[in-house]
Ligand binder design. Structure first.
Ligand code: SF4
Length: 324
């Protein structure tokens, strides 16, 4: 299958992104994968915060490579380097009813939520970003797109756009399927959603000392004062992490916590060890990548060239179909 997926360059990635990336690594083994940095999408909400955009693009690609996305197998590129995405987006905008975009379930909620955070996204770009996303997917004539459940309406819109184009002009586009990826929900160290704006993230390249400090800060069962107090792991962030990152330790941790047989300090030390084992090779590979001058740029340039060739081939079909 031809598979496409992307991420916005919002800074260094954190362990909440890891399951998505591990899924990419699995997919690239048997499919033709296109992975792109969605820098134009970042502008739909952060249009006034571009100072670090280029650096963020570099950082995110380094993170992908460190986790195992392989530039020999997968096409890694930057959205804004392939101008054909913008052309296809423009052409789609000619025949997309405004109501299709306005009815995307998350649209009004996001406008309100971001408005409450002081960000005015009542812009043309923000309303149209699912259409840009459709162009990103269809320009590579992707068969499938790995997504979380919240993205399903966007894939449905993309399929509608493909159908409408094929009906109005010529059958150029396949209707891509959503590949529902099983991604673990990783809370931030304070138990809320992991987000840089909350200052509660564990970044993928965190060093061992900082990792230990962050784990020590994690919120546990507030009812436990002494080691012998019976604990309630279901309300504990450390326990949530154990279930994701050290599942074999879970039965013992749970039993000892409920029985008041392990203190939170010792329980956190176990978790730190498990996280360190997982993150150490990623950190080492990332350091190696960043130590090679120009390497990330080379990877992007090679991916851009492959993506451009594919995008140009599709646009030739599109222009022919539309008689442009
Ligand atoms: S012992 Fe572990 S699971 Fe239980 S409350 Fe403390 S940190 Fe959480």
């Amino acid at each position: 299958m031809r598979i496409l997926s992307g991420m916005r360059p919002t800074g260094k990635l954190h362990i909440g992104h890891l399951s998505v990336l591990q899924n990419w690594v699995r997919l690239q083994a048997e499919n033709k994968c296109f992975f792109f940095v969605a820098d134009w999408h970042a502008l739909t909400t952060a249009y006034d915060e571009t100072r670090e955009l280029r650096q963020n693009v570099r950082e995110i690609v380094a993170d992908w490579l460190a986790v195992g996305v392989d530039p020999e197998r997968s096409t890694i590129f930057v959205q804004s380097h392939i101008l054909e995405h913008a052309e296809l987006h423009l052409l789609f905008s000619m025949f997309t009813p405004l109501s299709w975009l306005e009815r995307v379930p998350t649209y009004k909620d996001q406008v309100r939520q971001l408005g409450e955070q002081g960000k005015d996204v009542r812009t043309y770009g923000f309303l149209g970003y699912p259409l840009l996303q459709a162009a990103d997917i269809l320009i590579y004539r992707a068969d499938a797109v790995p997504v979380g459940e919240d993205q399903l309406p966007h894939i449905e819109l993309c399929r509608e756009i493909a159908r409408r184009f094929n009906h109005l002009y010529d059958a150029v586009f396949p209707e891509p399927q959503a590949l529902l990826a099983e991604t673990a929900f990783v809370p931030g160290i304070d138990g809320r959603k992991m987000s840089k704006s909350y200052g509660n993230v564990i970044s993928l390249d965190v060093g061992p000392e900082e990792l230990g400090r962050l784990v020590r800060l994690m919120i546990t069962d507030p009812a436990r004062i002494h080691k012998t107090d019976p604990g309630h792991p279901e309300v504990c962030t450390v326990y949530a992490y154990h279930t994701i990152y050290s599942p074999t330790a879970v039965p013992e941790v749970e039993a000892r916590c409920r029985g008041g047989k392990i203190g939170c300090v010792a329980c956190k030390a176990l978790l730190s060890e498990a996280l360190e084992q997982m993150l150490a090779p990623i950190r080492a590979k990332r350091a190696e990548i960043m130590a090679r001058p120009g390497y990330v740029e080379e990877v992007i340039a090679a991916g851009d060239a492959r993506a451009r060739e594919e995008a140009r081939a599709t646009m030739a079909l599109v222009r022919e179909a539309m008689r442009i």
